[in-house]
Design a binder for this molecule. Structure first.
Ligand code: HEC
Length: 251
């Protein structure tokens, strides 16, 4: 692992613009590549937060149509993302990134909306409380969809995952272990893996009080989703959002 050197890198962005499977390549600086990865992680995180905020609406058994449409979701994400990052997704130029990079953000927002659209029948079910449409299931679905479309790996991960698909790879495991011993709230970790020339960016996620109904104590007890609670406390490291961008030619 080494820090991103101040060189011009060629970054291969697969598929995303190519509806027909074509490959787009964008020439970006290490700063731009890192910034893109950071914004991708922030956008997934923002989508999770918006789902979390609407959780009691989604889980309201007395209500049929919830009005939590993909468009309503999108508006809330755009507002929250602007607050968190200063980037206005309705004016992509505000990100000061090459268009290929802002297209990735658009693609991630679209993937998020599609996941909310597909969940409409579940969300609008009357007479059912908990529906298993929570930040983590949303995040897993969006990450899977976006990764397939873009060739950029996006995932939520943690040391002892509930969902085996979220298991950390050796790099993620090493960073998560480091974060456990050196708590550094909301610091994004970024490296280039020299072996396979991949830019790795991890944004840690910490448990808030809301999360503890499922991830809190007593450890081992089943939560509403049917998993065993971790016994976590507010402020503990929950995991990270991990972004891997394959870098093509280093000039
Ligand atoms: C209603 C119960 C519930 C709540 C509340 C909840 N989670 Fe989870 N969490 C789950 C379930 C279920 C999974 C596994 C989802 C899947 O199948 O991908 C999960 C998975 C995760 C993962 C991915 C790693 C893994 O274990 O697979 C992270 C990170 C995570 N949760 C963090 C949080 C944070 C942070 C909060 C609060 C903002 C939170 N969770 C709130 C139930 C919950």
């Amino acid at each position: 692992m080494k820090c991103v050197a101040q060189k011009i890198l060629m970054l291969t962005v697969a598929g995303i613009l190519g509806i027909m499977g074509s490959y787009a390549e964008a020439e970006v600086t290490p700063y731009q590549a890192e910034e893109t990865a950071r914004l991708i992680a922030a956008l997934l995180s923002t989508g999770r937060v918006v789902i979390d905020r609407n959780q009691s609406l989604i889980d309201d058994p007395n209500k049929g149509a919830k009005g939590f449409t993909p468009e309503v979701f999108e508006r809330q994400v755009i507002n929250e993302f602007r607050t968190r990052t200063g980037v206005d997704l309705t004016h992509p130029a505000s990100a000061h990134l090459p268009p290929e990079m802002t297209n990735l953000l658009r693609a991630l927002l679209d993937a998020s909306k599609e996941v909310v659209a597909e969940a409409q029948p579940v969300i609008n079910q009357q007479g059912v409380g908990y529906k298993n449409f929570i930040p983590a299931t949303f995040g897993s679905r969006v990450a899977g969809r976006f990764s397939t479309q873009s060739g950029i790996q996006l995932k939520q991960t943690t040391l002892q995952p509930r969902n085996p698909k979220n298991a950390p790879d050796p790099y993620e495991e090493a960073v998560l272990r480091r974060l456990l011993t050196q708590p550094s709230q909301s610091v994004t970790i970024s490296d280039v893996e020299t072996g396979n020339n991949t830019l790795r960016v991890l944004t840690p996620i910490y448990y808030t009080r809301d999360c503890l109904t499922c991830h809190g104590g007593p450890a081992g007890e089943l939560d509403i989703s049917g998993y065993r609670k971790e016994g976590a406390e507010e402020g503990d490291l929950a995991g990270a959002i991990s972004v891997s961008i394959p870098l093509d030619t280093v000039k």
